[in-house]
Design a protein around this ligand. Structure first.
Ligand code: CTP
Ligand code: CA
Length: 226
């Protein structure tokens, strides 16, 4: 077997990463969305590419530039993100970092909904979006290593463990995104890695550092699982 060149342990590996929010239209000019800058997901895509992986980044609408050395696919909605991710299977690993909107508006309006002064609008009917991580985690062509994130404001470990199980992930990277932490939109992150082996707490570091450490871990896992 050929050895990967020095510093390129992910050479020949194909990895799909999601990042950013999704936007779910209410009408042509309005949408619902999660808060997400895309900084952590984009940094992970970039770190994996630096280790030699062939990375497809499926990104929702963000204001940061496409990372270098990565093939970026731009999407708006959860449905579009799911289709773009599934089109990458089979692949070696999946890292689902996006803050996917949990619901979309059922029957979004084709025309702008006009404001009626003094009157409340008709309530929005919401319908559940597909869970992309769960779909990938239970897929017939499941990647060998599947990483999910868990954005929590309370009970981080318990919720993270539940997501690990429910979504069929190998690791959940859980973080406390309460506004006081400054993680959402900020440049630093403090995560707990939850897996079948237990919980590892990483210290506060930059999102780039989290990305580098996670990319190294993925390289180790892919190397040891053949
Ligand atoms: N995720 C996904 N598709 C969705 C919702 C979430 O792929 N429709 C992924 C996220 O990218 C993340 C993980 O699932 O990797 C956890 O997302 P999170 O929003 O924390 O969890 P949910 O399962 O949506 O539960 P809740 O929002 O109620 O905490
Ligand atoms: Ca969610």
């Amino acid at each position: 077997q050929l050895l990967a060149p020095q510093g390129q342990p992910l050479a020949g590996k194909r990895i799909v990463v999601t990042s950013g929010p999704t936007h779910e239209p209410i009408d042509p000019v309005r949408y619902i969305a999660n808060r997400s800058s895309g900084k952590q997901g984009h940094a992970i895509a970039s770190a994996l590419a630096k280790l030699g992986a062939e990375v497809t980044l499926v990104s929702g609408p963000v204001t940061i530039p496409d990372p270098k050395g990565v093939s970026t696919v731009h999407v708006e909605t959860a449905e579009e993100m799911k289709a773009a991710v599934l089109s990458q299977l089979p692949c070696d690993a999946a890292v689902m970092v996006a803050a996917v909107a949990d619901w979309r508006v059922a029957g979004a309006a084709d025309q702008k909904i006009k404001k009626q002064p003094g009157e409340a609008p008709a309530p929005l009917q919401l319908t559940e979006n597909p869970d992309i991580l769960k779909t990938v985690g239970h897929h017939a062509e499941r990647p060998r290593f599947v990483v999910g994130f868990a954005a929590e404001t309370q009970n981080v470990e318990a919720n993270g463990r539940r997501k690990l199980e429910a979504k069929g992930a190998d690791i959940i990277v859980a973080n406390d995104v309460s506004p006081a932490t400054g993680i959402m939109g900020g440049d630093r992150n403090r995560v707990k890695l939850i897996s079948a082996d237990g919980i590892a707490e990483w210290p506060d570091m930059t999102k780039e550092e989290v990305a580098e450490r996670l990319a190294c871990l993925i390289a180790e896992k892919l190397a040891s699982s053949g």
